[in-house]
Design a binder for this molecule. Structure first.
Ligand code: JN2
Length: 826
């Protein structure tokens, strides 16, 4: 045995403090030693990376100290499980939260760089599709801000959300190799690598105590290697963690093949395992049933649960008595729903608990958030696929189902229809597992993401479960972080707010209500308008750069950015643009204000109709922008490659926010909140969080139109879009332009699918039903805009009443009402 040294020099957070020098030296050091950059002057990308490393170093100590605080065994902890974290860029966020803006600017000046220029070099971490993924990122920010012991768990996708560019008006996807130049924000933690089992079969056996047990054997194993990303809190000495798993091959696997003399095959196997974390699935809100997707889900779940259990065992040994009381797993939709049977498996098979104990623990610590009512997005996995890939989990799901249906029969004896409706297994020639039902049965909390959404869950989709467990159901209206979505993205407004109401709003957005009296202050309104104009200028330059279309600054900037989906009704927006174009061509421009309409968003690569909508927007834009008759009265652009960093420029420059989904379809929406904070007025339906936005802002400060959720259901029963079109000359002319090929002269018939959809009495989105009301609300918005004093008053009041929509408020509610966790003060 080798003799260990008596005294080891320990690396503690205290002993590392003196290692760091002045920031400008640290930048130089990283340029030279970390990046091997030797020139006197380099491209901005090197300076970005050197600065990012220097900033990360300054996070390390607070990060370590936060970890130490989390490690207290008395602390109840939360683990936020999500297949998506749409983080965007990190540099500015870290600089802002660590209060390093001034020193960073000074240090960069020595090298002749501006912070803005260097920050532009960072690629977005696009590890998400849209709303659900960005919400997870806002939540992490708020958890750190509130000093809550919450860890995010996700997948380190090699390729994030695809990049979109437009060719001949159509979307083309390019891979997003965001890690190509390295990621200065991550730290690999190979010491916490976990093994993940797949496939194989189960066996029954007697353990040493003569108890019948099950083991899962003959599996294909792979490794999950964690990479940690720091989530800095806002000037509070707290740095939380996002742990992202990368898939890798096991050494065991290699060795066997190696001995068999097939070294290249052994090395190639690495590829196979690594596929699991290779790419983010880009189909927002529709399930696809792909085997690789299920593997990703289980990979995340198993690695994360093992990670949490290993930490538990280190502190408590095999005593799981308090595990459920000290841990909470928040499931971001059903994507991580296999956490329910996987925690059962780990407790039963690995830690030898009995069923009742394991089930009590599991249902004490699982909580489920639903993010959609759309039936096509409700996950169902084929039993056959599950039994092949995760045979042990399927057995456990069957057992959960048997016991649950037993309870149902006790409550409602003889009701076989109900049993069938509530079963976790949907029968049919190909039986499927209903992941939402599994999540409900396995959780103590089920929440929707806006008031209306939760009500619709209770009365519709999950009504049978609501009858059994009314107390499980609760609402947590979404929010967004004002640190990114106001303070960082709108520095001019930030400065105006700070000089007017102080800077408390950065960590307490309700402070914004102090703005209310300023709506009546003409001098303040002037400043407010100047800020908006500066932001419009910045947006116009951005639009010009990426689309080559000029946006005149006196026009109203009218924006709809979000995933392209039929229920979000970008088509309705285009119909309105065509209507305005038609009016201009007919000389009916009375009361019309100049408008610049911007639409942006990605279509799922396999969603044909959504892609066709992108093509239509581009074709209409070409005709409208190319027609001398429109002058400066109307512009339309499709903004390519919409993403987090684009929204940071778009939302401050927006005046009218389009939130026009078919009522009852948008669970919440979160873009609507970003626009509101930045002083845009909303034109919208009574859907998702729009309803709450209107309540807070005041009905008089919101342009409402369209059917409500009940009205949509009623209308569908006897919907006659052709009758509506025939009876309304303005709508008829829009349809005639579309159907007459005015926007596709060289490609006849390409939009027939869209026009026939609009005319279809079974059109799910009842677009034509809302068109007249939309035109009228747009007319009111336009007329309001001509009274700039009035518009600015309304704009100020919108921002002033946006306090409720901070994710700090949302997370405080999760912490109190679901998680039962307290802040850990630094
Ligand atoms: C979602 C919901 C959402 C999904 C995304 C397959 C499916 C998926 C599934 C993602 C994938 C990737 C279910 O539409 C709502 C918004 O109204 C709401 O504001 C946000 C946040 O709560 O969630 C959206 N839902 F491969 O993104």
């Amino acid at each position: 045995m080798s003799k260990t040294l008596e005294t080891k020099r320990e690396v503690t957070s205290e002993s590392t403090e003196q290692l760091l020098g002045p920031l400008s030296n640290e930048i130089r050091r990283h340029l030279y030693y970390t990046l091997g950059h030797f020139g006197s002057n380099g491209d901005a990308s090197y300076y970005y990376r050197a600065l990012a490393h220097a900033v990360r170093d300054r996070i390390s100590q607070q990060w370590q100290r936060t970890r130490e605080r989390f490690a207290n065994p008395e602390t109840r902890r939360v683990h936020y499980l999500s297949l998506e974290f749409l983080l965007g860029r990190s540099l500015n966020n870290a600089v802002q939260n660590l209060d390093l803006e001034e020193p960073v600017r000074e240090a960069l000046q020595e090298y002749g760089y501006h912070l803005e220029e260097v920050a532009e070099e960072e690629l977005d971490a696009g590890l998400g599709n849209g709303g659900l993924g960005r919400l997870a990122a806002c939540f992490l920010d708020s958890c750190a801000n509130l000093q809550l012991p919450v860890t995010g768990y996700g997948i380190r996708y090699e390729f994030g959300m695809f990049h979109q560019h437009i060719e001949h008006g159509r979307q083309v996807e390019d891979p997003d190799h965001w890690l190509r130049d390295g990621n200065p924000w991550e730290i690999e933690r190979p010491e916490f690598t976990r093994t993940i089992q797949l496939y194989g079969h189960t066996e029954r056996y007697m353990d040493e105590d003569g108890i019948a047990r099950v083991r899962w054997v003959g599996t294909n194993d792979l490794l999950a290697v964690p990479y940690d990303m720091p989530i800095p809190g806002y000037k509070n000495n707290t740095v939380n963690t996002l742990r992202l798993w990368k898939a890798s091959t096991t050494d065991v696997f290699d060795l066997e093949e190696f001995n068999a003399g097939s070294y290249p095959e052994a090395v190639a196997a690495k590829n196979n395992a690594e596929q699991i974390s290779m790419v983010l699935y880009p189909n927002d809100a529709s399930e696809n049933g792909k085997e690789l997707r299920l593997k990703q889900q289980y990979f995340l779940v198993s690695a994360s649960l093992q990670d949490v259990l290993a930490q538990w065992v280190k502190q408590h040994g095999d005593d799981f008595t308090d595990f459920g009381e000290k841990n909470c797993f928040q499931l971001n939709d059903t994507h991580p729903a296999s956490a329910v049977p996987e925690l059962m498996r780990l407790l039963l098979d690995e830690h030898k608990l009995d069923w009742d104990t394991a089930w009590k623990i599991t249902t004490e610590c699982m909580a489920y958030t639903n993010h959609t009512l759309l039936p096509e997005a409700l996950e169902r996995w084929s039993v056959q696929l599950f039994s092949r890939m995760l045979p042990r989990l399927l057995e456990i799901i069957y057992e959960i189902n048997e016991r649950f249906l037993g309870e149902v029969s006790k409550l409602y004896p003889g009701d076989m229809e109900l049993r069938k409706r509530l079963s976790l297994i949907e029968e049919g020639n190909e039986p499927h597992i209903r992941m939402a039902y599994l999540s409900i049965v396995g959780s103590f909390s089920v929440n929707g993401v806006a008031h209306l959404h939760t009500e619709l869950l209770k009365s519709g989709l999950f009504s049978d479960f609501y009858k059994i467990w009314p107390n499980k159901f609760n609402n947590k209206t979404n929010g967004v972080t004002q640190r990114r979505w106001l303070s960082h993205c709108n520095p001019k407004l930030r400065d105006l707010l700070n000089e007017t109401i102080g800077n408390q709003w950065e960590s307490d957005l309700e402070q914004m209500s102090k703005l209310v009296p300023y709506a009546e202050d003409a001098a303040f309104r002037k400043k407010w308008a100047e800020v908006k104009r500066d932001n419009k200028h910045r947006l116009a330059e951005y639009v010009k750069e990426h689309t080559n279309v000029e946006f005149p600054l006196d026009a109203m900037f009218d924006v709809q950015v979000k995933r392209i989906h039929e229920y979000k009704r970008q088509l309705l927006n285009v119909l309105h643009v065509i209507h305005l174009y038609d009016r201009i061509r007919r000389g009916e421009t009375q009361g019309m204000v100049p408008r610049c309409v911007l639409i942006g968003g990605k279509a799922a690569p396999g969603y044909h109709v959504a892609k066709l909508i992108v093509k239509l927007i581009n074709n209409v834009a070409d005709v409208v922008n190319g027609d001398p008759a429109t002058q400066d009265l109307l512009k339309l652009v499709f903004f390519p490659n919409y993403r987090v960093s684009a929204m940071e420029i778009i939302c401050p420059g927006t005046e009218l926010s389009e939130q026009i989904s078919t009522a009852g379809k948008e669970a919440s929406g979160t873009g609507n909140m970003k626009f509101m904070m930045n002083g845009a007025l909303t034109i919208g339906t009574l859907d998702g969080a729009n309803i709450e936005i209107r309540e807070k802002a005041g009905a008089e400060n919101f342009f409402l139109f369209g059917l409500d959720a009940k009205g949509v259901v009623e209308t569908r029963k006897a919907y006659d879009p052709n009758g509506i079109i025939a009876a309304d000359p303005e709508i008829r002319r829009v349809m005639e332009l579309l159907e007459g090929g005015h926007f596709n002269a060289s490609e006849p018939g390409i939009f027939d699918l869209l026009t026939s959809g609009l005319r279809n009495p079974y059109d799910q989105w009842v677009t034509i039903a809302d068109f007249r009301s939309y035109i009228d609300a747009q007319q009111v918005a336009g007329e309001t805009y001509t009274d700039q004093d009035k518009w600015n008053r309304m704009s100020i009041l919108n921002s002033a009443h946006s306090g409720w929509f901070s994710s700090d408020r949302t997370i405080s509610q999760y912490a109190k009402e679901i998680w039962g966790v307290q802040p850990l003060k630094a």
